[in-house]
Design a binder for this molecule. Structure first.
Ligand code: KG4
Ligand code: ZN
Length: 350
C-alpha cells in the first residue's frame, strides 16, 4: 500500500535525513523461532534464535504440534532478547516481515499471528515473505546483490535452481521431483542410525572417511535442470547393509552423490545462461564439502560464488527482515485477511 510506504519513508526522514528503515523479521516455519532487526535490507542490528530441534531429535523428525507449541512459548523471549541486544525500543521499528510460508501450518500460524498483532499495535506495515526467497536474501547481509544471477536453494524441504533476474524477479529453472537435498541427508542419516537433523551428522562422519571408494548413484533428469533424490535413499540403505562396518565411507558416498547431483545441474545451467554471479542458500549450503565444490567451480569458471556465512545458511530471521525491507520498499504488505501459506510454490510468488 502506497500509504504504508510513505509512512516508512517519513519515519526514515525523521531518523536524521538518511533513508533508514529498520525491519523486524520473524521466522517460525519449522523448528527455529527467530527474530532479527535489519536496517536498509543489509545491516544486521541484532538477531536471536532458539531451536526445538533437540526435542524433535527424540522422535527422529519434526513433530508439527510440538514445534508450534515451542514457537508460542519462545517468541516473546526471543523478541525481548533482540530488543535488548539492539538497544532499540519497538517504537524505532518501521516495518515487520514474517515468513508466511511454505512450512508447517501450526508453526507458521504462531509467527504470522504474532507479526500481524505486533504491526497492528505499533501501527506499522507487515509483509509476509516466502521462506525460500528469504533464504536467498541471506546473501544480501554479506554484500550488495548483483543481477542477473543463478541461485541454488538447498534446504530440508526444497531444492531449486533459479534465474534471479532482479531483487523481486526470478524464474524457476529446475526443482526436485521428489525428495529435497536436505531430505536425502536427513533420511540417509536415519538409515545410519544418526540423529536429526541428519546433514551435520553425515558431514561429521564423512569427514572421517579414509578410502572414499564407495559410490552411490543419483538420478540424472537428463535434458532438464530438475533434481531427484529419492533413489539415493534406497541405494544408501543397500550400501549400508553391505558395509555396516564402514559408516564413515557410506556417509561420504551419500554426501558425495548429493553434491555431484547439485554441481551437475549448476554446470548445465551455466551452459544455458550467461551469468557471472551465483548465489547459494538454504540449510544444506552449510555443508563444507559442498561449499568447497562450489567455490572451486566459481574459481575455474571465473564466476562470483556467494554463499552466506554458516549461521545464515540455516533458518534465521535476518534473511526474512532483509527480504521484507525490499518488499516493503515496493509497498507490498500482507492483507488483513491473509494467513499462513503452508504450501506456497516458489514459482507462484509475485
Ligand atoms: O534451510 P533449513 O535450515 O530449513 C528448511 O527450510 O528446510 O534446512 C534444513 C536442512 C536439513 O535437511 C539439514 O539436514 C540440512 O539443511 N543441513 C545440512 C547441513 N546443515 C543443515 N545438510 C548437509 N550438511 C550440513 N552441514
Ligand atoms: Zn529454511
Amino acid at each position: 500500500m502506497a500509504g504504508d510506504t510513505r509512512r516508512i519513508c517519513a519515519r526514515a526522514q525523521e531518523e536524521g535525513g538518511r533513508t533508514v528503515t529498520k525491519v523486524l523479521g520473524i521466522e517460525s516455519s519449522c523448528d527455529e523461532t527467530a527474530v532479527a532487526i535489519v536496517e536498509d535490507g543489509h545491516h544486521l542490528l541484532a538477531t536471536s534464535l532458539t531451536s526445538s530441534a533437540q526435542i524433535h531429535a527424540l522422535y527422529g523428525g519434526v513433530v508439527p504440534e510440538v514445534a508450534a507449541r515451542e514457537h508460542a512459548m519462545a517468541i516473546m523471549p526471543v523478541l525481548d532478547s533482540v530488543l535488548a541486544h539492539s538497544r532499540l525500543s519497538l517504537s524505532k521499528i518501521d516495518g515487520v516481515a514474517v515468513t508466511q510460508g511454505p512450512g508447517l501450518l501450526g508453526a507458521l500460524l504462531v509467527g504470522v499471528t504474532f507479526a500481524k498483532s505486533l504491526a497492528a499495535a505499533l501501527n506499522i506495515p507487515v509483509v509476509g515473505v516466502h521462506h525460500l526467497q528469504a533464504h536467498l536474501y541471506a546473501n544480501a547481509l554479506e554484500e550488495s546483490l548483483h543481477f542477473p544471477a543463478l541461485a541454488l536453494l538447498v534446504s530440508g524441504g526444497h531444492t531449486s535452481l533459479l534465474l534471479w533476474r532482479n531483487y523481486l524477479q526470478w524464474e524457476v529453472l529446475g526443482e526436485t521431483r521428489d525428495d529435497a537435498a536436505g531430505e536425502a541427508f536427513d533420511k540417509g542419516a536415519r538409515i545410519l542410525g544418526l540423529a536429526y537433523p541428519g546433514g551435520p551428522e553425515i558431514e561429521r562422519l564423512a569427514k572421517r572417511a579414509a578410502k572414499k571408494s564407495l559410490r552411490l548413484p543419483v538420478a540424472d533428469m537428463a535434458g532438464t535442470l530438475d533434481f531427484s533424490f529419492s533413489g539415493v535413499k534406497t541405494a544408501a540403505k543397500s550400501l549400508w547393509q553391505a558395509h555396516r562396518d564402514e559408516p564413515e565411507e557410506v556417509a561420504y558416498a551419500l554426501q558425495d552423490a548429493v553434491i555431484k547431483a547439485l554441481m551437475k545441474n549448476i554446470e548445465r545451467a551455466l551452459a544455458r545462461y550467461d551469468v557471472k554471479q551465483i548465489y547459494v542458500a538454504g540449510g544444506v549450503s552449510a555443508n563444507r564439502a559442498l561449499r568447497d565444490a562450489l567455490r572451486h567451480l566459481g574459481m575455474v569458471r571465473n564466476i562470483n560464488m556467494s554463499i552466506p556465512r554458516i549461521e545464515y545458511c540455516t533458518d534465521n530471521a535476518a534473511m526474512v527482515a532483509a527480504l521484507g525491507y525490499y518488499r516493503l520498499r515496493e509497498g507490498q504488505t500482507m492483507g488483513g485477511f491473509e494467513g499462513p501459506r503452508p504450501l506456497w510454490p516458489l514459482a507462484t510468488v509475485r
